[in-house]
Design a binder for this molecule. Structure first.
Ligand SMILES: [Zn+2]
Length: 491
């Protein structure tokens, strides 16, 4: 019913859209906040401070069940394990996962329905869209238990952020709430049973932003749940008008949060930003706690590994591909799924006292790196420092066409001073090497992806993980990754 409604949503009259959003909100609220939620929530509240050994035992017992279930009911995994002469009893702990191959996006596309369990009714599964390496759409299945777990984890994140259910909040994320072709307000819809106002992320033009801010104030918004780029666009708008919009919490997810963006958002909304990471495939979930010392991995959700190109696990501190195994999706088990992002496991502990492990690294999508002619990878987070120094730049995007050719698109509020431009070019030259050409182009807008996100760096140069050549100044992981080239160092 909802799938059909979603397809026709944008063609429906405004009043019907309004009613549909409200109805869907009530439906999801009933579905997500039942007794199962209470139980999961209580479990998550206990387990975040439990003995690490206990957490591991929980993960491994779920893992054994998932592997057995996958072997018995999922054709793709039956084949994969038979080919390797593996039986479910060969996978008893997390270390044994390396006996299984990494599941890449292209494998998911090729496997199609063979990744679905024959033991779970198809009607009980939700389909979620993501995209393959080539950018072609990819369908993955999610069952009800994994959706409930995801919701409970998300509410844990909100608990950490001091953003309980019922607090009036605004959302600026990928959901298409207002048809893109609509030219006149309202560019928002209400979901009253959640006390939520949902804004369109594709109408945030200079001309419409005053309406956004006015509506945020009128609604009594106390929290903002947003893609980093949307919160940043709003914060920059407030900054230009020398205004503030004090909130209790800002949560970001969906795109890498760049430190310069965080600074402006925290300043204008007068609160801390809490960043979270999760994937449409529901294999990895992590977020910051109130100490902001990096992301905690939600171990109850899945097993997260960091691997090199050959699929072998890397030691803590090494940056590699993030690979996640869902501990809850029996409908379509995802085992060792490479979600396309990168990070590094950490042995640090957080001063909050929670025992959930820490995840370092930059979380960028693989493409969000500039590759230098000598094989180094410069994360978008590093590039952002040089661009932050130019106050006129509102949005930007780098496209690396080839290893020595970069196109930089910028949306700017006012002319850029020659001195600032030169300092940025000097930065690129130092970082990337003197042979890399950077062309700056002024554009009216940076287009968002189909999911409403902004990718700051798009590189068409292939990367190698695991044993990639790295010289000093190359890709590093860790909470201090930005500090080496922080604004002070580059000013
Ligand atoms: Zn913590």
């Amino acid at each position: 019913m909802w799938n059909a409604a979603r397809k026709t949503y944008k063609h429906l009259p405004f009043t019907v859209q309004k009613a549909l959003v409200d109805w869907y909100g009530r439906y999801i609220r009933r579905d997500r906040f039942g007794p199962e939620y209470e139980e999961l929530s209580a479990f998550l509240e206990r387990s975040e401070r439990s003995d690490p050994e206990e957490l591991r035992a929980y993960q491994e017992s779920r893992l054994r069940e998932i592997v057995r279930h996958a072997y018995e009911t999922v054709p793709h995994y039956r084949d994969v394990m038979d080919e390797r002469n593996l039986k479910p009893t060969d996978i008893t702990g997390i270390e044994d996962l390396a006996k299984l191959p990494v599941l890449r996006k292209d494998d998911v596309r090729d496997a199609g329905d063979r990744l679905r369990s024959s033991a779970v009714r198809r009607t009980g599964l939700a389909r979620a869209g993501t995209s393959a390496t080539s950018g072609t759409p990819l369908q993955v299945y999610r069952d009800r238990p994994v959706s409930l777990m995801n919701h409970a984890c998300y509410m844990r994140f909100r608990r950490w952020a001091g953003f309980p259910f019922g607090m009036p909040y605004a959302t600026m994320q990928g959901r298409l709430v207002v048809p893109p072709q609509q030219r006149k307000p309202p560019f928002w819809r209400y979901n009253r049973s959640w006390n939520q106002i949902m804004f369109s992320t594709v109408h945030m033009s200079e001309g419409n932003l005053p309406l956004y801010v006015e509506k945020l104030r009128e609604f009594g918004t106390q929290a903002l749940e947003s893609f980093p780029s949307c919160a940043y666009v709003l914060a920059r708008y407030l900054e230009n008008r020398d205004e503030y919009l004090p909130l209790s919490a800002v949560t970001t997810t969906g795109e890498p949060l760049l430190p310069p963006e965080r600074d402006v958002i925290e300043d204008r909304f007068q609160t801390k930003v809490f960043d979270a990471y999760s994937t449409a495939e529901r294999v990895v979930f992590s977020s910051e706690c109130e100490q902001h010392e990096g992301h905690h991995l939600f171990s109850e959700y899945g097993v997260t590994e960091v691997v090199g190109d050959d699929g072998s696990p890397l030691s803590p501190g090494s940056t590699g591909l993030l690979v996640g195994t869902s501990l809850h999706n029996l409908g379509s088990p995802m085992i060792r799924y490479a979600c396309g992002d990168v990070g590094a496991l950490s042995e640090r502990t957080c001063s909050c006292g929670r025992t959930l492990p820490m995840l370092d690294g930059l979380m960028s999508r693989i493409g969000d790196y500039v590759v230098t002619p000598d094989g180094r990878m410069i994360p978008s987070i590093m590039v952002s420092w040089s661009i932050k120094s130019i106050s006129a730049v509102r949005q930007w995007r780098l496209t690396q066409e080839s290893v020595d050719d970069i196109r930089m698109e910028i949306v700017k509020d006012e002319p850029i001073e020659q001195k600032e431009l030169q300092s940025m070019m000097d930065y690129f030259s130092r970082r990337l090497g003197p042979d890399v050409r950077v062309h700056v182009e002024r554009v009216p807008d940076i287009p968002r992806t189909a999911g409403g996100k902004v990718r700051h760096v798009i590189s068409h140069v292939p990367l190698v993980w695991g044993d990639a050549p790295r010289s000093s100044g190359g890709s590093r992981s860790g909470p201090d990754a930005g500090s080496e080239s922080g604004p002070d160092a580059e000013a």
